[in-house]
Write a protein that binds this ligand. Structure first.
Ligand SMILES: Cc1cc2nc3c(=O)[nH]c(=O)nc-3n(C[C@H](O)[C@H](O)[C@H](O)COP(=O)(O)OP(=O)(O)OC[C@H]3O[C@@H](n4cnc5c(N)ncnc54)[C@H](O)[C@@H]3O)c2cc1C
Length: 432
């Protein structure tokens, strides 16, 4: 079967690998000059360093993502933590560590939560109680925002602000009062209540694009092809089937099946929108992520990563593997600062780091870079989850839709995107 895959983000990448492994001939078309979509790296001209478009956190439970890396033989570029370990720091400058290494599997996370200092013991017990109810399927969060869900589940304020809120911001890129609790439950079940390996963070030793660098040659060696800097401008649909694709370079390609891995808002470009969109809910609002890279004159950070509490900066990542003294900061759901200038953001966040971390005070900031991804992820709320219809069912038989915005059952993440790409291939191969 000749399968056209439109869009070279993680949905398209996983779809291309899946289709090729099933013995199909793949044409992957990406309108930008690079693969990776919203999870990519570039070479910073001033420093020559490989910089991501925003720090991404991957976990051992990212099975679809990890499968691609194994196929491309780039999995060694990620360093798995021995067990989940995250330090939390607040304006009192005392670090509190969530460390799951004491016991295997789920028990490690439970023991880590019970020993998490900076939170009252009763609150830790309440948190563990909720984790157990989630694991047993007794707390589903259906139809609720995270805030309503956590309050309904008796979570005290200190555990909400010191554990649940950073987790929701990092994984759902949305504030507690908007984010879908159903997706928080999915994250807990997948990431924190599985084996020790599944809950461990994977620390990249390279830029995000290095992980997928071998993909074009791997596809070509298996009879497929990749066209970069080329968009799919039109799909010819006859008798409810896509028959041909017209690309921006004027070439026309016969196709047996098509997997679209582009954002929902771009679908109308491909064909008569009514054929697809009639069955889709309205495109959700986008939620921004502001990322900063700060180059200091010396290596002051000792932790791999830190969750910052009570500040605009939410996460601090040690990028010593890229360059000594380099740190990356993340502000998810960053509406409050996305409108500020680069200099204002750099000064504000540098000052926060110095307040939070005494060891940062001795270092001199040499340079900062701000990356604003205004459309980082769709804002997935209880309303968008309710409206989600199955994205594989629409008028065109041999077309399947994939991407982090589709109903993956996960938040908008690399893993959600990759799983949707694989599901879309299964769909067109079986039904197309
Ligand atoms: C700053 C930031 C931080 C993030 N942090 C994390 C994190 O820590 N962990 C995590 O798991 N996820 C994170 N995410 C989310 C993750 O990056 C996305 O969910 C995922 O990359 C989406 O992949 P996708 O394939 O669905 O879409 P995209 O990556 O958007 O890919 C779609 C591709 O389609 C192409 N395209 C569009 N129209 C056409 C056309 N007509 N023809 C050809 N090509 C077309 C686009 O150019 C694009 O490359 C983050 C995102 C951002 C922006």
């Amino acid at each position: 079967m000749k399968i056209l895959i439109i869009g070279g983000g993680w949905a398209g990448i996983a779809a291309a690998v899946e289709a090729t492994e099933r013995g199909h001939q793949v044409l992957l078309v990406e309108e930008r000059p690079y693969l990776g979509g919203r999870a990519r790296s570039f070479i910073d001209r001033e420093s020559g360093h490989h910089i991501d478009n925003g720090q991404h956190v991957m976990m051992g439970c990212y099975s679809a993502f990890l499968h691609v890396l194994r196929v491309l033989k780039t999995d060694h570029l990620l360093e798995p933590q021995r067990a989940l370990s995250v330090s939390f720091i607040d304006p009192s400058t005392i670090k509190h560590v969530l460390d799951a290494s004491a016991l295997p599997g789920k028990l490690g996370v439970v023991a880590g939560l019970l020993r998490l200092s900076g939170v009252r013991f009763g609150s830790r017990l309440a948190c563990v109680g909720l984790a157990i109810r989630i694991a047993l399927g007794r707390a589903t969060g259906t139809g609720l925002t995270c805030l309503d869900f956590l309050q309904q589940q008796g979570q005290p304020d200190d555990i909400i602000t010191r554990f649940w809120e950073p987790l929701v911001l990092a994984t759902l890129n949305a504030p507690l009062e908007k984010a879908s609790a159903e997706l928080l439950v999915a994250v807990m079940r997948l990431a924190f209540l599985g084996s020790r390996d599944e809950s461990s963070l994977l620390i990249p030793t390279c830029g995000l694009s290095d992980l997928i660098d071998p993909l074009p040659s791997w596809l070509q060696s298996h009879g497929g092809d990749v066209h970069l800097s080329t968009s799919v401008d039109r799909l010819d649909v006859q008798n409810r089937r896509c028959t041909q694709a017209i690309l921006s370079d004027g070439s026309v390609h016969d196709v047996d099946a098509v997997v679209s891995c582009i954002p929902q808002r771009a679908l109308g470009r491909l064909c008569d929108a009514s054929a697809i969109e009639a069955k889709l809910p309205a495109t959700p609002e986008a939620s921004p992520i502001v990322s900063l890279y700060l180059w200091y004159n010396e290596q002051w950070m000792t932790d791999e990563l830190l969750a910052a509490l009570g500040t605009t900066v939410q996460w601090v990542f040690n990028k010593r593997r890229i360059a000594p003294g380099l740190v990356a900061l993340t502000v998810s759901a960053g509406h409050s600062i996305v409108g500020l200038s680069q200099d204002e953001i750099i000064q504000h966040c540098d000052a926060e780091l110095r307040r939070l971390l005494p060891e940062a005070r001795r270092a001199t900031l040499q340079r900062g870079l701000v990356i604003k991804e205004k459309m980082a992820t769709p804002l997935l709320t209880p309303e968008t989850e309710r409206a989600h219809v199955h994205h594989l069912q629409h008028e065109i038989q041999n077309l399947a839709l994939a991407g982090d915005w589709t109903s993956t059952g996960l938040p908008a993440t690399i893993e959600g995107a990759a799983r949707s790409g694989i599901a879309a291939i299964e769909h067109v191969v079986v039904l197309g």
